[in-house]
Design a protein around this ligand. Structure first.
Ligand code: IMP
Ligand code: MG
Length: 174
């Protein structure tokens, strides 16, 4: 199957502007505290880079790689392929995600970090597809809400390609 870029939904300027707004909210909400940013590999790379510059707080930065696939059960199976490097005990974990789709991955990650003794765990996602939700996950910080479309660019891939596009666009499959 061939994939091309269709409609551009958000360009770099719009995303950077949004990161500024969201970063400001985070800065206010966690005033006087430290945050422990955990970017989800590999899709959140560019959003993570934008958002961390806009958060004016004491912070540490880490990454995790999880993969989810739908098994026969409805919740899907999530495996951690690369764990965080640091200790999150007592930390305010803020998961930086590219997109929340069914919510399966984040549902597992929220539980995972709570289990590791984090003081708090919240989600900051660039994109949100609420119509696709299957697990009860609602990101506290959201960039943009989109319809049930498959999107690529700005970190998001189709078969590992297109992550480098400096915008989020709709993938056209043909
Ligand atoms: P969830 O567990 O279903 O919420 O899956 C979330 C993950 O699926 C995201 O972190 C992305 O890696 C991937 N994903 C979901 N929707 C899209 C999309 O439209 N484009 C590219 N990747 C997507
Ligand atoms: Mg992802």
């Amino acid at each position: 199957m061939d994939v091309t870029v269709g409609k551009i939904l958000f360009n770099e300027e719009q995303i950077r502007k949004k990161a500024k707004e969201v970063g400001k909210m985070i800065t206010e909400d966690y005033k006087g505290e430290s945050v422990y940013l955990v970017g989800t590999l590999r899709g959140a790379l560019l959003w993570m880079a934008d958002i961390m510059k806009e958060i004016d707080l004491d912070m540490e930065v880490d990454f995790i790689e999880a993969s989810s696939y739908q098994g026969t059960d409805t919740t899907g199976v999530v495996t951690i392929k690369k764990d965080v490097a640091g200790d999150v005990t007592g930390k305010n974990v803020l998961i930086i995600e590219d997109i929340v789709d069914t919510g399966t991955t984040l549902f597992k990650l929220l539980d995972y970090f709570k289990g590791k003794g984090a003081k708090s765990v919240e989600i900051c996602s660039m994109l949100n597809k609420p119509s696709r939700r299957r697990a009860p996950v609602s990101p506290k910080y959201n960039g943009f809400e989109i319809d049930d479309l498959f999107v690529i660019g700005y970190g998001l891939d189709y078969n590992q390609k297109f992550r480098n596009l400096p915008f989020v666009g709709v993938a056209e499959l043909r």
